[in-house]
Design a protein around this ligand. Structure first.
Ligand SMILES: [Zn+2]
Ligand SMILES: [Zn+2]
Length: 431
């Protein structure tokens, strides 16, 4: 085996350049989809007055650790790195951790009350079952600071709904519930425990194991008849709400109704992190969860002992892309410009071409080229594949004469014009 690797042939084996398991590349083939997504995020942010924030994918371990005190699906290991300085940093599994740290660190509350931000970036966590990192891209909106007034919960939900509207999704459903506070949760947990304890034998082995490990608030999603029935009959947190959480939830729903927002109450909604309280919601398309969010008033307290209210929603890019594909939504933004392919033949033409190309680009004409290829035939081949409508050809003779050839790639028709008027001529032809 080792001998083989020494030869030039086998060192060219296919899998030499592999990424860290579980991490992802965003690829050129999805470019149109990404542009649609960014466009929607930016449009909604501008219309709803949210501002840009981007926080690191690593944060001090002590800030990330609270996210792993899971109340639902049990401990998933914190993934931290010891820096050469001895400092411990951990991958952030959700964007609100960085946003909350930054809010306090950068005194963002001073500039806006509340702070309204949009995020778009990668989140990474360690998937214990697979024994590898798992990376996803999420984008979303957050309202941080000031108070936990229900108007903010409703505003956030409206922002999230407008976002999927801009993406042109047709089969969107809003599910809403509340998680209450620590007090309501404790009362509910006790009831749920008693409920499941007497019926545990009817759960499938996997759900039974989950119940054992994570308690009655775990997210049970299995499809076995017995388990489904048991879930349907189980007490819900709505029956054990304290007075103030009940009022908060009622007000959120009233505001939604008063503003003609259709919703479906769903007491089975839950969040994976322990810092969420009160309002929780999901935006679905059929069975597909596009985005989810809620109030996270406990986060800052768990991170650094300060009380800063917050609420946010995050959309999973993968789910949005799948929905775009399955609804057959066009990803063309409808404002692509006709592209020009520039061909330069001969050393002098190749070197001198950059000025003409840049002139065109800076006048708003997108130009493609393959200047590393020396021959006309090779460059034409790339041009034909490129999807460009026309080519500009600069050869030795044209350099000498101060001209350039314009060639319609579909018809093959050619004409010549002066290189100093190239921008004008192209703009005329590409209107
Ligand atoms: Zn409560
Ligand atoms: Zn089950």
């Amino acid at each position: 085996m080792q001998k083989k690797q020494k030869s030039g042939e086998s060192s060219k084996k296919k899998n030499d350049a592999v990424k860290v398991r579980g991490l992802r590349d965003a690829l050129p083939r999805d470019e149109e989809m990404w542009k649609v997504l960014w466009n929607a995020v930016h449009t909604i942010s501008e219309l709803h007055d949210y501002h840009f924030i981007d926080t690191p994918f690593l944060e001090p371990e002590r800030f990330v650790a609270p996210a792993f005190l899971k109340i639902t699906d049990g401990p998933s290991p914190l993934c931290s790195i010891k820096l050469p300085s001895g400092e411990l940093a951990a991958f952030t599994p959700s964007p609100e951790i960085g946003i909350m740290r930054s809010y306090s660190d950068e005194h963002l509350g001073y500039f806006a009350s509340p702070l309204k931000v949009f995020h778009s970036g990668r989140v990474i966590h360690y998937e214990e079952g697979k024994r590898e990192l798992e990376e996803s891209h999420v984008c979303g909106f957050d309202i941080v600071g000031e108070s936990s007034d229900p108007i903010y919960d409703a505003q956030l939900i409206l922002t999230a709904l407008d976002f999927v509207k801009i993406l042109k999704f047709k089969r969107v459903v809003l599910k809403v519930s509340t998680l209450g506070c620590k007090a309501c949760r404790a009362a509910y947990r006790e009831k749920a425990k008693t409920y499941y304890a007497s019926r545990k034998s009817r759960l499938c082995p996997s759900c039974s194991e989950k119940l054992e490990a994570h308690g009655p608030l775990a997210r049970f999603s299995c499809d076995e008849e017995g388990c489904k029935e048991m879930r349907a009959g189980s007490p819900t947190i709505l029956d054990y709400m304290c007075h103030s959480c009940n009022n908060h939830f009622k007000t959120v729903l009233e505001i939604l109704e008063e503003n003609d927002v259709a919703y479906e109450p769903d007491p089975t909604l839950t969040r994976s992190f322990p810092f969420y309280n009160r309002t929780v919601f999901e935006i679905r398309a059929g069975e597909r969860v596009l985005g989810s969010g809620g109030r996270y008033d406990y986060l800052s307290e768990m991170m650094f002992g300060k009380s800063i209210p917050g609420a946010g929603v995050s959309f999973l890019t993968d789910a949005l892309f799948e929905e775009i594909r399955s609804e057959g939504i066009s990803t063309s933004l409808g404002r692509e410009k006709p592209k020009i392919f520039f061909i330069a033949v001969g050393e002098q033409a190749r070197r001198g071409s950059l000025k003409i190309i840049n002139d065109l680009r800076m006048h708003g004409v997108p130009v493609m080229e393959s200047l590393g290829k020396k021959f006309l035939k090779a460059q034409l081949k790339v041009a034909e594949k490129s999807g460009a409508k026309a080519a500009l050809i600069l050869g030795q003779r044209e350099v000498f004469e101060g001209t350039v050839i314009f060639r319609d790639l579909a018809l093959g028709a050619q004409e010549t014009f002066l290189s100093k008027s190239v921008v004008e001529e192209i703009k005329k032809r590409c209107k």
